[in-house]
Design a protein around this ligand. Structure first.
Ligand code: ADP
Ligand code: MG
Length: 245
């Protein structure tokens, strides 16, 4: 069991992730200790290859660590079977993938409603919550569009809506503003900030200091290690310097 109280939504304890073995082994993460509480918004920064995506995948139960342990709401993920893990992910975790992972044969609203419906929410309620999430990301009028009728930026907003739908308690976003213009990018930060203010734990990977400035805390990764954590800085220049960018 985790030693942390229930207010800790995410806890990584001495987490390591090595890919491959022997001389060609790559240590993507080493000895990472990180906790994120309810209501907390954490930004993760660091150079390409520093382990940011690996960190998110472990936090969301999409990958398993080679050492250490991951807890979501005090549940050790290592103790869950595949079905239980899938259920926890659908219920509690919203994940924005770098390449969106949307279902092309579904409309925007159907894509957003899908995790709720898979989890047993009635179709009507799931659709209503999906419509609300699409409204939050600023595209309520695109609810019945299919993915090939949407721009990259619009699809990205659908992916973000799917991650925040239904009061998810842990929201993980891997560079979710890549395909967005700067105004829309700021809008997405407002959405993530408001989810955190409503009690979710949010972890955002970003290269952009002005996006990290929305976070309560910034974690800097280099070569798979956390090299620094800065609290509530709203000075982009400072962030860039710290990130070594
Ligand atoms: N599936 C994988 N197989 C082998 N190596 C991987 C895999 N995923 C990530 N890595 C390696 O782990 C390191 C960290 O990658 P990643 O977490 O994607 O970094 P970032 O998101 O910060 O760019 C890199 O050296 C990368 O090549
Ligand atoms: Mg990455």
């Amino acid at each position: 069991m985790s030693v942390q109280g229930p207010q800790q939504v995410l806890e990584l304890a001495k987490v390591g992730r090595t890919f491959g073995a022997g001389a060609t082994a790559v240590a993507a993460l080493r000895d990472v200790d990180l906790t994120i509480g309810a209501g907390e918004f954490v930004a993760v920064m660091g150079p390409s290859g520093s382990g940011k995506s690996s960190l998110l995948a472990l936090a969301g139960g999409l990958d398993r660590p080679t050492s250490g342990a991951v807890f979501v709401e005090s549940t050790p993920l290592a103790g869950l079977g595949l079905n239980e893990l899938a259920r926890l992910r659908r219920r509690a975790v919203g994940y924005v993938f770098q390449d969106f992972n949307l279902v092309p044969t579904l409309t925007a609203e159907e894509n957003v409603a899908l995790p709720l419906e898979l989890d047993g929410t009635s179709a009507r309620k799931a659709r209503r919550q999906a419509a609300d999430a699409l409204r939050q990301v600023g595209i309520p009028e695109l609810a019945s569009r299919y993915m090939d009728q949407m721009s990259g930026g619009q699809q990205q907003r659908v992916a973000i809506a799917r991650a925040i739908v239904g009061q998810r308690r842990l929201i993980l976003a891997d560079e979710p503003t890549g395909a967005l213009d700067s105004t829309t990018g700021q809008g997405v930060m407002e959405v993530l900030r408001s989810r955190a203010d409503a009690g979710a734990a949010v972890m955002l990977v970003t290269h952009e200091a002005r996006h990290a400035a929305w976070a309560d805390r910034v974690v800097f990764l280099r070569d798979g290690r956390i090299i620094d954590q800065a609290t509530a800085m709203h000075d982009p220049t400072m962030l860039l310097t710290q990130a070594g960018l």
